[in-house]
Ligand binder design. Structure first.
Ligand code: URA
Length: 289
């Protein structure tokens, strides 16, 4: 940053000049402090803005990244006060978060009162997803069960309670991650999803992931892993290592419902979740306080 010249001893005392100098100093300070940060924020926010503006497509960037970019860059002074650049950045974070929120609302609105597949006839309600819209960590399950169909929220039954404990064991809280499913409607009797149902529903999950742009996705169970990775490979051959979906690291692991039936598999799931925790740490992502 260029330090403005000190006025010399015989310099002006005109209050107007003094104000102009103070304003110039403030502008220089903001420009210098904010340059890198604002560049990152604007670069990150632009595709999100265009998602909202274009009302379509998939963005690879989200407010989550904006938040972590700004968080990493500071904005809070050593004395604990918020710097002017921090205020500017915070304002941009808020607007980027609003854009993500609006983009998610848009995806939900386009899903509408969906009748694209036969599940609409037997469902009580659509279960879109729940959690933090700035979540760096997203869990994707298979499809709503009876409790989810009744409450309109993902993973609220027995398997959901186990998932909550898994999330907490990782050091996160359920409300700081985002949880959704491949299918947004309950298959009758909790039967397996059918290919035409997955084909109709999948684009909405792709758009959710595009808008949220998490740092890591965890696929819960065979259907989530196979659908996201477009493979027929078994879950036991897929789990334990990272794959990629929409450019995001994806860890497949066993479904919590399977763990309820097969508690001995918890050890492997914990190994998978530890890999997720290590990846988040490597990416500089920490669980919110
Ligand atoms: N199982 C799932 O896969 N998703 C839910 O939401 C609940 C149970």
């Amino acid at each position: 940053m260029a330090i403005p010249d000190e006025p010399d001893a015989g310099g002006t005392t005109d209050p107007q000049d003094e104000l102009r100098q103070i304003a110039a100093q403030a502008r220089a300070h903001l420009a210098a402090l904010g340059e890198k940060r604002l560049t990152r924020v604007l670069r990150a926010a632009a595709p999100v803005v265009s998602v909202a503006a274009a009302a379509s497509g998939v963005s690879a960037v989200s407010a989550a990244r904006v938040v972590s970019a700004v968080g990493a860059a500071g904005g809070v002074s050593a004395a604990g006060g918020v710097s002017p650049a921090g205020v500017v950045s915070a304002a941009r974070v808020v607007s980027a978060a609003r854009v993500v929120s609006a983009a998610l609302v848009q995806v939900r609105e386009e899903l509408g009162d969906c009748r694209r597949c036969k599940l609409h006839a037997t469902r009580t309600q659509i279960v879109f997803g729940a959690g933090s819209e700035s979540a760096p960590l997203v869990f994707v399950g298979e499809a709503p069960g009876a409790s989810e169909d009744e409450q309109g929220l993902p993973f609220v039954g027995d398997a959901g309670q186990l998932l909550t404990r898994m999330i907490e064991a990782m050091g996160w809280r359920r409300e700081t991650v985002y949880i959704t499913n491949i299918l947004k409607c309950r298959p009758p009797g909790n039967r397996n999803p059918e290919p035409d149902e997955v084909a109709e529903c999948e684009p909405f999950l792709a758009r959710q992931l595009g808008v949220l742009a998490p740092r890591v996705v965890v696929a819960l169970g065979k259907f989530a892993a196979q659908s996201l990775l477009r493979t027929d490979a078994t879950i036991s051959s897929l789990r334990g290592r990272f794959h990629e979906v929409q450019g995001i690291p994806l860890m497949p692991t066993y479904h919590p419902a399977y763990l309820l039936r097969t508690p001995s598999a918890k050890k492997q799931v914990w190994e998978d979740l530890q890999l997720v925790m290590a990846e988040l740490e490597r990416l500089g992502v920490r669980a919110p306080a």
